[in-house]
Design a binder for this molecule. Structure first.
Ligand code: GL9
Ligand code: PLP
Length: 833
């Protein structure tokens, strides 16, 4: 017996390597080893973060052998690879997710416990990488999880922002922003690959010449060169070996470049250049569906797209394949138009670097890209001022002109005389200033175009991309969004996961359609009771957090009415606020009223420059101030604004929701994914016929969904007929009272200025038809409350909602992309013995 180990234990260690073994003993040794050998710490001085790092490194070790095996397998087999280009990845914390996907949560919990620590406590320490704004970035993260779980070779490319989405705090009821210094305690999940770097050019001018063979050539002489360095994060699938790569680029100054200046005595210039280079990947733009048009943003887009395409071409050529077969090796999915400049960049690389002819290059390019559109909002459509574009990317401007010239030649023949159509299809917009339309560049350069929910795809074909649909209907298809049940159920709602698995087994985690098996228990009283008990426990847990974070006491027996998403006028947090005021007025009018208690929970960030969205936050917190402290209310109504909505907080909020607010103006929300996560966690939806709500309602059944409001066609009709919000105000006493109160300073210490802009916008503009949908919304909310009184009915509806959510797994979405757009097959990965 050596150091407390008996013979059998020593034997176990020998066969189970400390770096890869999955037993409690192996994990424990690995954590201790990491603490000591990687960090130079020992238990007496190790901090909570040191332990968090040690556990994370121990887990990463176990992922790395799977990662290497995956890369080897892909290279050997020369398999077709999905390349996902996205400016945003909203990953959420890694540790717990990796433990679940590795299948060693319990073992690690035990190992940590034996070391005298608590795993939950360490998990809470992780700072999430907030490298995205919201739905679009989170979708990319869910898709990376599903690609790996489905064993599909894939690589995600993006930007390693030094600062992610800002942290939101609420002071005096207003949003204040703080920088998100997410790397301050180190990042154990990434591997810096200094040797893997590419140069990216900016600015300058282009020289044209004819070479010795009489070939017309272009030479781009930049005035700035930036180096992109790869940082890789392994993305492990659920209970498979497949581990894909998320490769994020950090911008730096190339060494050679600043030396030149330095030697010439230009020290200050050298330093300035270094800063310009580093700034490119410095910070994520915090806008939600609002185009920014800033030069730095264009630099970011081009920077990561260029690094990524150079990387793909390198991988392809190193395998000894012909450049002409590039599109056979890689399919490149454009996550919105943010990476659309890739179309011009691939052309540049094929023409200028690899010397292909135009037609050949264009053929390869248009067989490589596919484009997903994520919004119909006109203010989100990316346009680049042509002059600015030409200053940053002079060679690409030439290429866009040439692509457009050739395209318009064809279009003019096809639609002779239809100037309207030709100008709408043109890549270049005319006006006081010319601009480049990125959706057009993406549409022309791609062989497939998709929307993210059935209604959205329909509307795309009829509105924003109508001409493109008429030109090439075969390119269009719908791919309804989905969410990963690993993070959004197994990880965030372990109690519900257990209850479900006890009943129908755990196959649903990989095959969400199996949730159907729950339906037969929807009326089972015992099961209903257990179901509602789980929900109650989640509400108690959230109540604790709310009390801690914002000092508001909430009643876990009340309806938890949850409205969490970015703050945006089209998402209509305002409509919800008007309902809260209406409930409050009912109490004030009749203090003894028998009312179902409600806790209305809001969370979401407003873009720092979006005045109206910030004002709506102030309104919500102000209403809360009054309602929560009015003794007449007697705790029948509470209003909570939970600060800093991010993945970590979302994981705590979704499981505790009874009611999911999906109340956008019909035709505005492309899909939504929060709606899916909430329903999957047993919340019932109150919603409009918008985005994926339409399909959710189809699946769960109209009788299990609280529908209200105008549909997309009616919205258009109302607008076409000259919408008059003021008449709704005048004709509806409850609505009038609520708006008058806001206007008169009832919620702002009698200050009439605070919400003036809001009231004005509602009464005289109301672009998002808040007033038009008010009464219908109130009626639906009353139905919600009535239904909630019948606990068994509510439980039944909740169970049915979950049972019928199978379609909304991101595994289904990814399978559809694989079969219908990408034409890629799963490649199982086995570990070397
Ligand atoms: C969005 C749409 O608005 C959502 O409806 C959709 O679910 C997601 C994912 O497809 O994409 N488009 C978009 O720009 N955002 C979306 O959420 N905004 C952010 O990501 C902040
Ligand atoms: N932000 C975060 C942190 C999320 O987790 C999600 C989830 O989907 C979203 C935004 C998107 O929410 P929604 O689809 O409701 O707009």
């Amino acid at each position: 017996k050596e150091k407390g180990l008996d013979k059998q234990e020593i034997q176990n260690i020998l066969i189970e390597d400390a770096r890869t073994g999955l037993s409690v003993e192996a994990l424990k040794r690995a954590i201790q080893n990491n603490l000591f050998y990687v960090q130079g710490k020992f238990p007496e001085i190790a901090t909570r973060n040191d332990y968090y790092m040690a556990v994370s490194y121990a887990v990463r070790d176990r992922i790395l052998n799977r990662w290497v095996a995956s890369v080897k397998q892909y290279l050997d087999g020369k398999h077709r690879v999905v390349s996902y280009l996205s400016a945003e990845y909203l990953l959420g914390p890694h540790l717990a997710n990796n433990l679940i996907n590795l299948g060693i949560y319990k073992e690690t919990e035990q190992a940590v416990k034996e070391l005298g620590k608590d795993l939950e406590w360490l998990i809470e320490k992780e700072i999430e990488p907030g490298l995205g704004n919201g739905g679009l970035g989170r979708l990319a993260a869910c898709y990376m999880d599903s690609l790996a779980t489905l064993e599909v070779p894939a690589i995600g490319y993006g930007i390693r922002y030094q600062f992610g989405i800002f942290e939101q705090d609420i002071r005096d009821g207003w949003q204040v922003e703080d920088t998100d210094n997410w790397l301050r305690r180190g990042n154990p999940w990434e591997i810096e690959r200094r040797e893997l770097n590419y140069e990216v050019k900016f600015g300058g001018h282009v020289q044209h010449y004819t070479d010795n063979n009489g070939k017309f050539c272009s030479n781009w002489i930049p005035d700035l060169v930036v180096k992109g360095v790869a940082y890789d994060t392994p993305i492990l699938g659920y209970k498979v070996n497949t581990t894909n790569t998320l490769r994020l680029w950090k911008s730096e100054a190339p060494k050679s470049f600043d030396f030149q200046l330095f030697n010439a005595g230009g020290y200050n210039d050298a330093v300035r250049q270094k800063i310009v280079c580093e700034n490119i990947s410095k910070v994520l733009y915090p806008n939600d569906e609002q185009e920014e048009g800033k030069i730095l943003r264009l630099r970011q887009q081009y920077f990561f797209v260029s690094c990524s395409l150079q990387d793909m071409l390198g991988i392809h050529l190193r395998q000894g394949d012909k450049i002409q077969d590039f599109h056979k090796k890689f399919v490149v999915q454009l996550n919105d138009t943010h990476p659309a400049v890739g179309v011009a960049e691939l052309m540049r690389l094929l023409l200028d670097k690899y010397g292909l002819e135009w037609d050949e290059a264009w053929d390869i390019t248009t067989k490589t890209f596919a484009y997903t559109n994520h919004t119909l909002l006109p203010e989100a459509l990316e346009k680049w001022d042509l002059e600015l574009f030409g200053k940053v990317l002079p060679r690409h401007l030439e290429l866009v002109y040439e692509i457009n010239r050739r395209f318009l030649d064809q279009v003019t023949v096809k639609f002779y005389g239809d100037h309207q159509k030709i100008s709408s299809l043109s890549l270049i917009g005319e006006g006081p200033r010319k601009f480049i339309k990125m959706a057009n560049l993406a549409s022309l350069g791609s062989y497939a175009i998709n929307g993210v929910a059935a209604l959205h795809t329909d509307l795309l074909k009829k509105t924003v991309l109508k001409d493109w649909y008429e030109l090439s209907p075969e390119k269009f298809s719908n791919k309804t969004n989905g969410v990963t049940p690993r993070r959004w159920m197994v990880l965030s709602n372990p109690e519900l996961t257990q209850l479900i698995s006890d009943k129908i087994g755990d196959g649903w985690i990989k095959n969400l359609d199996e949730l159907r098996g729950l339906e037969q228990f929807a009326k089972d009283k015992n099961f209903q009771k257990a179901w509602m008990e789980v929900k109650y426990n989640q509400k108690v847990a959230l109540s604790k957090r709310i009390l801690q974070r914002v000092k508001i006491k909430t009643d876990s027996n009340s309806i938890f009415d949850v409205h969490v998403k970015r703050m945006h006028e089209y998402k209509r947090q305002m409509l919800n606020a008007l309902h809260v005021i209406t409930l409050y007025n009912r109490i004030k009018h009749n203090p003894e009223i028998d009312m179902v208690p409600r806790t209305v929970i809001f969370a979401g960030k407003a873009a720092p420059g979006y005045r109206m969205a910030k004002l709506i936050i102030k309104l919500i917190t102000s209403i809360g101030e009054v309602v929560n402290n009015d003794p007449d209310v007697k705790d029948r109504l509470k209003v909570v604004f939970y600060p800093n909505y991010n993945v970590t907080n979302a994981q705590k909020i979704y499981p505790a929701a009874d009611l999911s607010e999906q109340i956008s103006t019909a035709g505005k929300e492309a899909s939504g994914t929060g709606n899916m996560k909430l329903s999957l966690n047993g919340a019932l939806t109150i919603g409009t016929l918008d985005g994926a709500n339409v399909e959710i309602r189809e699946c769960v059944g109209a009788e299990n969904f609280f529908l209200f409001g105008l549909d997309a066609d009616q919205v258009e009709e109302v607008k076409a007929n000259g919408y008059d919000p003021y008449s709704h105000y005048q004709n509806n006493p409850d609505l009038k009272l609520a708006i008058d109160q806001i206007n008169d300073g009832y919620f702002s210490h009698l200050n009439k200025d605070t919400f003036k802009a809001l009231v004005r916008s509602l009464l005289y503009d109301d672009q998002y038809l808040v007033l038009a949908d008010y009464q219908s919304y109130i009626d639906a909310q009353d139905k919600v409350a009535e239904t909630f009184r019948d606990k068994e009915k509510w439980a039944e509806m909740s169970i049915i909602n979950v049972a019928r959510m199978g379609k909304f797994s991101s595994d289904r979405s990814i399978r559809d992309y694989c079969q219908e757009i990408w034409k890629v097959e799963p490649i199982p990965v086995s570990l070397e013995k």
